[in-house]
Structure formats: C-alpha cells, structure tokens
Design a binder for this molecule. Structure first.
Ligand code: 5GP
Ligand code: ZN
Length: 118
C-alpha cells in the first residue's frame, strides 16, 4: 500500500529521484540525501508502514523486519564494512527522531562512530 505524500513511497514510485544501491520485491536501498557518514543508506520496505512497531504488528511482521536487517547486513558486507564495522539505526517516533513516517533502517559506516548519539 502506497501513501501519496510519503517521501519514501514517492521514491518507490519513481516520483523523486534516488541513488539506488539495491532492490528486490520487498525492499529498496537508497543513499540518504543528507549523508552523515561516508556510507549512509536507507533500507526501505516497499510496503508503507509507519514504524517498526507497526511493522511487527502485521501478519509475518517479524520475518519481514528480520529480512530488512539481513538485507542491511549484506549491503554492509558488499560495501566493505564487515571488518571495520558499521551502525544500524531505526529512529522511531518523535522522541526517537523519526522524520519520515515510513519504516527505514539507516546503515552507516566508513568512519568511527561515537556514543551517545544526539
Ligand atoms: P529519520 O529521521 O526518519 O530516521 O530519517 C529520514 C532520513 O531520510 C533522513 O536521514 C533524511 O536525510 C532522509 N531523506 C529525507 N528526504 C529524502 C529524500 O528525498 N531522498 C533521500 N534519499 N533521503 C531522504
Ligand atoms: Zn510510505
């Protein structure tokens, strides 16, 4: 199900250009428009769902969320980040800093990360 005004649904429909690294029948991986690391991509399910909590409530949700993570880890390895490490982030809701209401994983790497995040 697509949402007309959702940024990631618009990317999925080709209405907003994006730099795509990978796609399959369930997922696309695009470079973040405002990268915070040398590699910063977004792992986005094709299905519009607000956040990880909503995704997990759906039929087969745990398996689908698991696939998003395995896709992210595979892309990290493909991009040469397996040895040095990387960071996966799922901002959720207002306090979590989520700005786009369509579930996505941030995959970031290629520099030393710090903790805590802002
Ligand atoms: P959030 O804050 O929801 O976790 O992350 C949303 C991310 O989407 C941000 O890192 C932001 O830079 C990225 N973003 C917002 N609009 C676009 C866009 O039009 N294209 C791409 N590729 N990324 C976007
Ligand atoms: Zn959407």
């Amino acid at each position: 199900m697509n949402e007309p005004s959702c940024v990631f649904c618009r990317i999925l429909r080709g209405e907003i250009p994006s730099q795509k690294l990978y796609e399959d029948d369930a997922t696309i991986v695009v470079r973040d428009v405002n990268p915070q690391a040398p590699l910063h991509v977004l792992v986005v399910p094709r299905e519009h769902v607000q956040d990880i909590a909503g995704a997990l409530q759906r039929q087969g949700g745990e398996e689908r969320v698991g696939k998003l993570f395995s896709t992210a880890v595979r892309i990290a390895a493909d991009q040469g980040l397996a040895a040095g490490g990387f960071r996966l982030v799922v901002n959720t809701g207002s306090d979590g800093g989520q700005t786009v209401g369509h579930l996505h994983l941030h995959l970031m790497g290629g520099r030393q990360m710090t903790w805590p995040p802002g």
